[in-house]
Structures are given as C-alpha cells and as structure tokens.
Design a protein around this ligand. Sequence first.
Ligand code: NAP
Length: 313
Amino acid sequence: MSQKIITIFGATGNQGGSTANAIFNDSSLASKYKVRAITRDPSKPAAKALASKGAELAQADIDNIESVKAAVSGAYGVFAVTNYWETQDKQREIQQGKNVVDACKAEGVKHLIWSTLPHVGKLTNGELSKVEHFESKAEVAEYAAQVKGEMLVSYFMPGYFMQNLTKQFKPDDSGVLTLTLPWNAQNTWVPLLDIQKDTGLFTVGLLEAGSAADGAYVHGVSEWYHPQGFVDELAKVTGKDLKFAEEPASVESIAKIGNKIAEELQENMLLIRDWSYYGKGTEKEQAESDKFLVPGSKKTTWKDFAEKNQWPF
Ligand code: NAP
C-alpha cells in the first residue's frame, strides 16, 4: 500500500517537530505515513535534521496561500500551527490559519489537525478580553468548522509548555530561586505539557482516529499539577532550593500595566488560575482527551521532564 502524505507546518519547531517525530519513532506509523515537512528555509539545521530522518522537505510560507496549496497538494493529512509570537498580530495570524484551511479544502485534504486554543473572551463571558493569541487560533477553528464540508477537522489545544518553566525561576531578595506567577500555590491546576515529546502523541493519535476524531477538541496536557507540587518535585530532582511565590493580580490591576503583551500574558495566567485554562473543572476531564493518544503511547510525567531537562541552575 502506498504511504499517505502528511504535510506538517511548523515542522522545524516544537509542535510540528513533535508531530513528525511521533511518526518517525514508531515503525508502523513510519511505514504508513510519509512526512512532508514545511519550512520557509530548507537550509536551516532543523530542516536538514528532518530530511535525515526521511522527511520530504518543502518550502512554503503560510502568508502566501499559493505556496500553502502546493505544500498540501496530494496530502492525506495536514498538521498546522501558527506562531503568534513572530508577528504579534491577531489579524495576520487569523489570515495565516484561514490560508491553511482554504488550501486544504481546495486541494482535497482528507484530515486537518489544527493547533488551536480556547476562545478566552467567550469562555470567560468577556471577563478576560486581552488574550488575543488564543482568540486568533480559536477564530480559525470556528472558520474551519463552518467551511470544512466533508473534510475531517480535529483540534489540538496545547497546555502550558513545561519548557516555559526552564527560564522562569529568578532569585528573590534573599537569592532563593523563585517562580513568581499569579497562581494559587495549592489550588490552581496548571495544564503542563511536554510540547516537544507529547504533542505528536495527540496529533498523530487524532490522525489515526480518522472520522472518530472529526470535530474533536483535545486538551493537550501531559500532567495537571498545582504550582507548589511541581516546584517541590523540581527541587527534589535538582537538589536546589526553589520556591513558588503567588503574585497578586486581577483584571483591574493588569489593565494598569500599560504594555499590551504584558497585559495579555498576565490575563493568560488568570485564565489558568480562575478558569482551569480550558474552562472550570476541565482538569477532571483529561481522560476524554487521552482517548485520542497514539494507542500504547505514554505521556511524559513532570518528574520525567524535571529529570531529563537541562535546567539553567
Ligand atoms: P515554534 O517552535 O516557535 O516554531 C514556529 C514554527 O512556525 C517554525 O517551524 C516556523 O517554521 C513556522 N512558521 C512561522 N511562521 C511561518 C510562516 N510564515 N510560514 C511557514 N512556517 C512558519 O512553534 P511552537 O512552539 O510549536 O508553536 C508556537 C505557538 O504555540 C504560538 O502561536 C503560541 O501561541 C502557541 N502556544 C504556546 C504555549 C506556551 O505555553 N508557550 C501554549 C499554548 C500554545 P520556519 O521558521 O522553519 O519557516
């Protein structure tokens, strides 16, 4: 049987790279799927590394729909993610996402896996209005649902990257390495995700599920944890004195910061503190999403990640 082509946008980055590796690292998936890795620059080391694992490299820019159409031509499946942080422009990110959806429709792609996030304004009934890098992706998801026709569309919603925490501990006044965020140490549920290892277990699992995954919204979480719990675990693993400090924050205090990105990121933290990121109580529903993991695969625990990650302290 001929291999099914899977076009992967963002293949040189975290989510796309993880999606490609989930295929390369599993011999039965590698024999079934052919990875077409998309980059703007096939000469970069991350692109060459993908080619050395067997990927076909193709050049495309998601700002340019004709190049996106060529990238998805002949593909059975597509995984796509947009990088808000490169442009910090909500409308541009929405257009990039719509380019992917429209190109997949035009080229007859059978299954699109879209990396998205909750629509924070709608989820919080307007209480949090500044988290635009979530809303842009959610608006593309809504658009995809409207225009998809027969195309299967599944939605992967990554949690809080474990990798973010690598750079977030800073010495306090007495020199103790401290993670300071507007979360409650004992009560906030943080949806931790090993973005590089576990993304592909979900995204390729969705691909494998086929029509059973049409319209599915998956919570991409490796392990839900309270801040005090994951800081204590990290202190144990590294043998360092580490501490969590709760920073007071409210919608009103955040509005006074006066910097768009800082306000957006702080509201993002309130989404975790007050709304469990995907909606109140969703930490109890993880099993619904885990049904879509690649069968037989095992997610990373925070303890595994803490032991294997290179910490700067
Ligand atoms: P990443 O590692 O930063 O890599 C970005 C990828 O996007 C690269 O492979 C890049 O490819 C590709 N790309 C960017 N602009 C492109 C364009 N115009 N045309 C084609 N490819 C383009 O990305 P990531 O970490 O997987 O995902 C970033 C997204 O994650 C952000 O939008 C963010 O909102 C979201 N997110 C972050 C968190 C968190 O906790 N940090 C949580 C949930 C979601 P080339 O450079 O090779 O062309």
